[in-house]
Design a protein around this ligand. Structure first.
Ligand code: MN
Length: 234
C-alpha cells in the first residue's frame, strides 16, 4: 500500500502529522526501526509499525500486543505510514485518526525470514523485536477473516492478521498493556500528552479551520481522554 493512500486520507494543511517523504528519500541505513503507537481515536487501539524499504508497514491492533503465546491478537493491515511518523506523539486535531497518539514502544526489529516481501505476500512474517516493552520472537499471520478481498463494505484490500508472541525468554503471562501503559517518549499518559501538545496544535494549524470546528473537535478528544479509566486505557 503506497503512501499515496496515506496522503489522500489526510489534509496536511489541517493536521500536524508528518507529511511523509518519498520512498527513496526516506530510506536510511542502520537497523530497522519499529514502534507501537497507542492511539485514542474512534476506538482505543495500538498501531504496530515496522520500518521496511523506506516506509512503516502498519497494523492496527485493537487490544494491543500480548506476551502470552496462547493469545492471538487480531490485527488489521492498514496503509503504510511515512518513517517520521514513527516518532510522532501528540494530538491529531481532526480528520482521519483524530485523537491522541502515544509512542507506547519503540526500538528495532529484525525479520526472521529471508524475504520480507514474500513473507508478507504469503501472510506469515516471523520477526524479532527489540523495544523497551516488546522483545523476542513474534509472528504476524494473515487469516481468512473479513477483509481478505474487496468487500461490499468498501474495504480496499485490507486484511485481517493475527499478532502472536512466540514462546521464548520474553514471553509470559504479564499483561504488558496494563503493566506498562505509559509513553516511552514522554513518560506520560494520554491526558499529559493532550495537555502538553495543545499549544502546538493551536499555533501550527490555525489555517483552514474555524475556531468553532476546532473547539468542537478538541472538546470531543478531551472528553474521550476523561472517560478513560485511570490505569486502564491511560
Ligand atoms: Mn491508529
Amino acid at each position: 500500500m503506497p503512501l499515496d493512500e496515506y496522503r489522500a486520507k489526510r489534509d496536511f494543511t489541517r493536521s500536524p502529522e508528518p507529511k511523509g517523504e518519498t520512498r527513496k528519500k526516506a530510506r536510511r541505513r542502520g537497523p530497522l526501526r519499529f514502534c507501537v503507537q497507542k492511539h485514542l481515536a474512534t476506538q482505543l487501539h495500538y498501531d504496530l509499525r515496522l520500518e521496511y524499504e523506506g516506509v512503516l508497514l502498519s497494523w492496527a491492533v485493537p487490544k494491543g500486543p500480548s506476551l502470552d503465546p496462547t493469545v492471538k491478537r487480531f490485527a488489521v493491515r492498514v496503509e503504510d505510514h511515512p518513517l517520521e511518523y514513527g516518532e510522532f506523539e501528540g494530538l491529531i486535531p481532526d480528520g482521519y485518526g483524530a485523537g491522541v497518539v502515544m509512542l507506547w514502544d519503540t526500538g528495532t526489529w529484525t525479520p526472521e525470514v529471508d524475504d520480507v516481501e514474500a513473507a508478507l505476500a504469503k501472510g506469515d512474517l516471523k520477526l524479532s523485536l527489540d523495544g523497551y516493552k516488546l522483545k523476542g520472537s513474534w509472528a504476524l499471520v494473515r487469516t481468512r477473516g473479513w477483509g481478505r478481498s474487496k468487500s461490499a463494505a468498501g474495504d480496499d484490500g485490507k486484511a485481517s492478521w493475527l499478532l502472536i508472541k512466540h514462546r521464548d525468554e520474553w514471553s509470559g503471562a504479564l499483561d504488558i498493556t496494563e503493566f506498562a501503559p505509559l509513553s516511552v517518549k514522554s513518560g506520560g499518559d494520554f491526558a499529559a500528552i493532550l495537555a502538553a501538545d495543545l499549544p502546538d496544535v493551536w499555533t501550527k494549524n490555525p489555517k483552514g479551520r474555524t475556531d468553532g470546528d476546532l473547539v468542537a473537535s478538541l472538546t470531543k478528544i478531551v472528553e474521550k481522554v476523561e472517560k478513560l479509566t485511570p490505569g486502564k486505557g491511560r
